[in-house]
Design a protein around this ligand. Structure first.
Ligand code: AMP
Ligand code: ZN
Length: 524
């Protein structure tokens, strides 16, 4: 039985049914079938199928996009020519499948850095060639003693680590100091502290040692050899996530299930990252790309591995005491958030979030958003609106996305370290692409020629700035926005300086060359 839905001027429903004799009977809804035309058994089976089809018709509700297209189409029938033409163009856009994906505009091609970076993060890989890249490289974590007695674990953390952890509620908290103090095991310590504060053991009804075992197991699956995608990045994202969740607004919007889903998602969101991006894995025909059909390859792997490793082993199974319903809810929420970190969907998630908050936030007389500077009554309205299932889903996606790329909003010292680390990982990828004769996904990330300040300006301009401006509409983050602005200025200045130095070097080289030619001419 085949069922097709298709669009003509008005969206309609088309059903094609194949009977046992290979006949195609079209327009089932309008056709009165005569049982004698068919063999008895076939008639019986067919009637059953027909019954279930009509049942299906009675429960199927039109898809929202079809409703919108139908509304616009009916308006079109009674409106003036110019409006009808404009609606035609709008309908044409609505009928495409990639509603939220922007296209790379032509002028951007002139800016190689932006074009490479944006292309590298948004593309799913270009041409494909064979590779024997092994994603299962072992991680090289050095072991560090973790106290194992339940309930007192936080108290048993070595004092120099406790001192660093005390600054954790602040945005300026240094994850790099924690990385050094814990011998590259920051996730276990920060995870224990933050998850305890959010009541994870009580909510999940697990012992502190189960939580500790789980954190150790997950941290062990991050590759310490990656310069950027290691457990320090996961701990950094966890820190930003908890910072956002501490906002009063979210205390009213999210329940504990939401909060813990966000924190667990942050912890697992890049687990077993190979230090190469999706485009590389696709181009290299890596096993993971095969497994996930080139779609959100890494993000699918992170979440799938995290769940299978958690659930297969009782001592690390933090979900073991959740009811079936709660487990399903939490799993759904975590999968949704980790998949949202895939950068090809960046603009889609930001646009959906914007649509969601634009509906509810008060606007100034000139139409510009007023953030939450409305009356108490309107504040309550905002919270009510943001608390619906749909809104919470979009907010959680945005929250983890902002946490994931919040490094340009960190104090300059930290922001510079992250910029250096991501560039280093991209350089390694480019080196391997050259070595294996694979397509080079981001040619500007060549360690011999790359300008890190330029890469940071492009990253902030295209991915960070707009998203954080939207996020700041409902999240009180003036400190982050100020730091972001200053960091951007810093990178711009540095870029200018580098360019000036480069052109000075060029002039000096040209001068000495012409000097040399002059000398040679004189001598001859
Ligand atoms: P994830 O792999 O989940 O960390 O996704 C975030 C994406 O943003 C990754 O592809 C990173 O390579 C990229 N990214 C994060 N921070 C920076 C940065 N400072 N500069 C350039 N790219 C970045
Ligand atoms: Zn990440």
């Amino acid at each position: 039985m085949f069922i097709f839905f298709f669009f003509c001027r008005k969206v309609m429903y088309y059903v094609s049914v194949k009977n046992n004799h290979g006949l195609f009977l079209n327009h089932l809804r309008d056709t009165d079938f005569n049982g004698s035309q068919l063999a008895n058994g076939a008639v019986h089976g067919f009637n059953r199928r027909r019954e279930s089809l009509s049942k299906m018709q009675s429960v199927l509700v039109e898809a929202p996009i079809n409703k919108v297209i139908n509304i616009l189409t009916s308006v079109q029938e009674s409106c003036s020519n110019p409006v009808a033409q404009a609606l035609d163009r709008a309908l044409e856009i609505l009928r495409t499948s990639e509603l939220y994906s922007p296209y790379l505009s032509h002028p951007m091609k002139e800016d190689q850095m932006t074009s490479d970076l944006v292309g590298g993060l948004l593309s799913q890989g270009l041409r494909r060639r064979l590779s024997n890249y092994d994603v299962n490289r072992s991680s090289h974590h050095s072991h560090f003693h973790i106290p194992s007695s339940p309930t007192t674990m936080l108290n048993q953390v070595p004092e120099h680590i406790q001192v660093i952890l005390e600054t954790e509620p602040l945005w300026k908290f240094s994850i790099i100091d924690l990385e050094t103090a814990t011998n590259k095991r920051p996730l276990v310590y920060l995870g224990l502290k933050i998850l305890s504060r959010f009541g994870a053991c009580e909510f999940l009804r697990i012992s502190e040692s189960c939580l500790m075992n789980w954190l150790q197991m997950i941290e062990g699956k991050y590759h310490a050899s990656n310069s950027y995608h290691n457990s320090t990045h996961a701990a950094d994202v966890l820190h930003a996530t908890s910072f956002f969740l501490e906002q009063q607004r979210y205390k009213a919007v999210f329940d504990q299930m939401d909060e813990l889903s966000c924190l667990i998602s942050a912890i697992i969101h890049d687990v077993d990252h190979p230090g190469r991006n999706n485009a590389f894995l696709i181009n290299a025909r890596n096993d993971l790309a095969m497994l996930y059909n080139d779609l959100a390859v890494l993000e699918n792997h992170h979440v799938s591995l995290a769940f299978s490793a958690t659930c297969k082993d009782d001592p690390v199974n933090i979900f073991k005491n959740l009811s079936a319903d709660d487990y399903r809810t939490m799993r759904h929420s975590i999968i949704d958030m980790v998949l949202a970190t895939e950068m090809t969907k960046h603009f889609e998630h930001v646009s959906k979030f914007n649509n969601c908050i634009n509906k509810v936030l008060p606007k100034a007389s000139d139409g510009s958003p007023m953030g939450d500077r409305g009356s108490e009554e309107s504040l309550n309205d905002i919270v009510t609106h943001l608390s619906t299932d749909d809104s919470r889903l979009l907010i959680k996606r945005m929250l983890i996305k902002c946490a994931d790329i919040s490094n340009p909003c960190r104090p300059l010292e930290l922001c510079s370290i992250w910029a250096q680390r991501i560039a280093e990982e991209y350089f390694d990828q480019t080196d391997e692409e050259k070595e294996k004769n694979l397509p080079i996904v981001m040619p500007v990330f060549d360690r011999k020629t790359c300008s890190i300040p330029k890469s940071q300006c492009s990253f902030i301009e295209y991915f960070v700035q707009g998203m954080f401006e939207s996020w700041a509409e409902i999240c009180d983050i003036p400190e982050l926005m100020e730091i972001l602005k200053n960091n951007y200025q810093y990178w711009k200045e540095k870029d200018k300086q580098e360019s000036a130095e480069a052109s000075e070097t060029l002039v000096t080289e040209e001068d000495s060359q012409s000097e040399q030619i002059k000398e040679e001419n004189e001598n001859s």
